[in-house]
Design a protein around this ligand. Structure first.
Ligand SMILES: [Zn+2]
Ligand SMILES: [Zn+2]
Length: 126
């Protein structure tokens, strides 16, 4: 276990946004995170996606679409995109998705928590 990895303050140094690809964040502590669109959509922290109000979580599975060959899934609608990305104060980003979802407010703490790199996955135990 390496508890320092989990308790660093999440402060971005630089954020690179591509509405058709995803978001990359360089953190002030030198860490680098690279989030694919589908993964970010799946990790939406809003109440309806997480079931925070006791409702059934509305989990999406866009990450599987990121990974799957598109010709296996001919019924798929147009590729997922971000329509707009707004800063919320200095602590979060609000993303509007092309599937109509726009209630997710991604705090930088959340971004850091869901960092998909090997180091962070290992720190989270899988
Ligand atoms: Zn959501
Ligand atoms: Zn990481």
């Amino acid at each position: 276990m390496n508890p320092t990895v989990l308790h660093q303050a999440a402060e971005p140094e630089h954020i690179a946004i591509s509405k058709s690809k995803g978001i990359k964040i360089d953190w002030k502590d030198g860490h680098h995170s690279d989030y694919l669109l589908g993964y970010l959509r799946d990790e939406c922290p809003c109440a309806s996606c997480t079931g925070a109000h006791g409702t059934e979580p509305q989990k999406t599975n866009y990450a599987a679409e990121d990974a799957a060959p598109k010709d296996l899934f001919p019924m798929f609608k147009p590729a997922l995109k971000m329509l707009s990305v707004e800063e919320v104060g200095s602590y979060a980003i609000k993303i509007s998705w092309s599937d109509g979802h726009n209630t997710g407010i991604y705090s930088f703490d959340h971004f850091r928590k869901i960092c998909p790199c090997e180091q962070c996955k290992a720190a989270h135990g899988g």
